[in-house]
Each structure stands twice: as structure tokens, then as C-alpha cells.
Design a protein around this ligand. Structure first.
Ligand SMILES: [Zn+2]
Ligand SMILES: [Zn+2]
Length: 115
């Protein structure tokens, strides 16, 4: 895995895909991706290191379990149970991450409302 520089903040992030291919593409690190609310410019690759995805996935599951009483999460929860870690890294690495981030944001918004 190679280090690539985020085109927005300049921080280095690891990316299997960008490391293997050309260095011309623009990269976006996970932080900037979250700051931008999940919006990605065309030609930009969101570079999320695998360990970050697993970390986020673990946090996400913990969050989910904490807020498990919400009826509105039922559909998402069901989806998640079907989504194993292996599947996440194998087939839907990026989609899985995007889904997770959106869900995490919703979870944190919900928990803030409750306070
Ligand atoms: Zn960045
Ligand atoms: Zn990348």
C-alpha cells in the first residue's frame, strides 16, 4: 500500500488503488470526504485505508447497538447484519464506507436530539 497526498488538505493517506495506479489522479482523504458531506468531485478518488474502514465499521456497529431502540433504523440494521466485514472489503468497499458514514452521521444527529 502506498501513501498518497490528499488534494484538499495535503495529508497523507494510504490507498491501495491509487498507489498501484498513476499519481496524477486527485485524492481525497477520509476526513475531507466527511467534511464535504460525502460529495466527491469527478475524477477524485476517496482514499480510505482498509484499517480505517474496519475501525469505522466497528464504531458504527457499537453506535448502532447503543441506539438500537429506534424503530426507524430497523431497515438499516437488517441490511447491516447481512453485510459482513469480508463482503465490505471485497465487493462494496467504497459503497459500504459511504453507507456507513451516512448512517453514522444520522446516528450522531439522532443522539444529539435526544439530549
Ligand atoms: Zn484531506
Ligand atoms: Zn485512492
Amino acid at each position: 500500500m502506498k501513501e498518497v497526498k490528499c488534494s484538499v488538505c495535503g495529508n497523507e493517506t494510504k490507498c491501495e488503488q491509487c498507489g498501484a495506479e498513476s499519481e496524477k489522479a486527485e485524492h481525497l482523504c477520509l476526513e475531507c470526504y466527511q467534511k464535504q458531506g460525502g460529495k466527491v468531485k469527478e475524477g477524485m478518488h476517496v482514499c480510505i485505508p482498509k484499517e480505517k474502514v474496519e475501525e469505522a465499521y466497528d464504531k458504527f456497529l457499537a453506535n448502532m447497538i447503543q441506539g438500537a431502540s429506534e424503530e426507524m433504523w430497523n431497515a438499516e440494521k437488517k441490511k447491516l447484519k447481512e453485510l459482513s466485514k469480508q463482503e465490505l472489503s471485497k465487493t462494496s468497499f467504497f459503497e459500504g464506507a459511504r453507507f456507513m458514514l451516512a448512517f453514522m452521521r444520522r446516528v450522531s444527529q439522532e443522539s444529539e436530539k435526544e439530549k
